[in-house]
Design a protein around this ligand. Structure first.
Ligand SMILES: Cc1ncc(COP(=O)(O)O)c(C=O)c1O
Length: 366
């Protein structure tokens, strides 16, 4: 008989020892530690939209009388609105509680213990963590020194056990785009390809329309970044119709909240307003790149997303991150085998760039 005592003995050993995803630290706790107000924290660590969501969303959420009801499990209206936005038939679209959840569901749908998942590293760590949870074996294909995907190396890594190739485009944390011809080279192998386009509104390069042409191409997108809705958790994907059907069965029934659905509806009515802000972020990205470069001790990499990855040429990334944090500016640092001594900085408003550069100059003097 199993007793409640010591039930941790019964936990899957592979999950007990799993190295999980490292999320950012909550700004509330950092503000508390620094004795600052949360509003004074400059948050450049999670690639959010510093301008926030459309004011239409704020208004509609305040006016929404249906928060006491469950959302439509079939996502009928939501999928129709997404169809309007991306121009792909609703039967191919599935929405979920952030694109993270779709990564999880797609891997759950395909990966059985021992199946191989090709991952173009360094990249978004959720692919690794979720593939391992389903017993997948990761086959890591390193990107080149500029973080470009080596399509030939990916093809050479394909074996009889390969179930999927996962690819963030542009890549996180490096901001590197993968040209469409390279993605199609991978799609042409016939292996299922999961193209994660979380930052596509900033890059303008998408394979979404091609997902209707190729039976093995799946594309994920999100409202977290461009639409300023990370807190409401809405991601979606475009799939072959049968895969969309399976994902609709696999997802939890009420997976996208009523509030998130209201937000999507109002966002899609306000695309022009939001795209002006996306353009401002893209322009600011280029200014930030120039400012980081001018420091002389950082090597920023060109980015097609709303963040910039930098190697630290002099000093320690962890200390620079801490020095910025002490000044209320949150950025990410990495010190991993494939991401040595480096920083990832989200693009903020112009005043955020100014405050960041000032903090970096002070940190660099030490
Ligand atoms: C490449 C990539 N995919 C997916 C996500 C997750 O986005 P969501 O907020 O939709 O779960 C992120 C977030 O950082 C990301 O960088």
């Amino acid at each position: 008989m199993v007793t409640s005592e010591g039930i941790e003995r019964l936990v899957r050993p592979d999950l007990a020892s799993l190295g999980g995803y490292t999320p950012s630290k909550a700004p509330e706790s950092i503000a508390g530690e620094l004795g600052l107000r949360v509003e004074d924290i400059i948050k450049l660590d999670d690639n959010e939209n510093p301008y926030g969501c459309s004011p239409r969303v704020q208004q509609a959420l305040g006016d929404c009388n249906y928060l006491y009801t469950y959302p439509d499990a079939g996502q009928t209206e939501l999928r129709r609105q997404l169809q309007e936005y991306i121009g792909v038939d609703a039967s191919r679209i599935v929405a979920d509680n952030g694109s993270d959840q779709l990564i999880d569901n797609v891997l759950r749908l395909f990966i059985e213990p021992g199946d191989e998942v090709i991952n173009c590293v360094p990249t978004f760590d959720i692919f690794r963590v979720r593939a391992l949870i389903y017993g997948g074996r990761l086959v890591n294909v390193p990107r080149d020194e500029d973080f470009a995907v080596d399509a030939s190396a990916v093809k050479r890594a394909i074996s009889k056990k390969t179930k999927m190739i996962v690819l963030a485009n542009p890549n996180n944390p490096t901001g590197t785009p993968t040209p469409q011809k390279d993605i199609l080279e991978l799609v042409d192998t016939g292996v299922p390809v999961l193209a994660d386009e979380a930052y596509v509104e900033f890059s303008g390069e998408t394979v979404t329309p091609l997902a209707t042409k190729y039976k093995n191409l799946m594309v994920l997108r999100t409202f977290s970044k461009w639409a300023g809705l990370a807190g409401l958790r809405i991601g979606y994907g475009v799939f072959p119709p049968k895969i969309a059907e399976y994902l609709m069965k696999l997802k939890l029934p009420y997976n996208v909240s009523v509030a998130a659905r209201v937000a999507v509806r109002e966002t899609i009515k306000d695309i022009d307003y939001l795209m002006v802000r996306v353009k401002a972020i893209v322009a600011e990205r280029e200014r930030l790149f120039g400012e980081l470069n001018k420091l002389g001790w950082l090597k920023p990499f060109p980015s097609q997303a709303n963040f910039i990855f930098c190697h630290v040429l002099k000093g320690k990334a962890s200390e620079i991150q801490k020095a910025c944090q002490d000044r209320g500016i949150l950025i990410r640092y990495f010190d991993l085998p494939l991401l040595q001594n480096s920083l990832r900085i989200s693009v903020g408003k112009p005043e955020h760039t100014d405050a960041l550069i000032k903090a970096l100059k002070e940190a660099g003097k030490k």
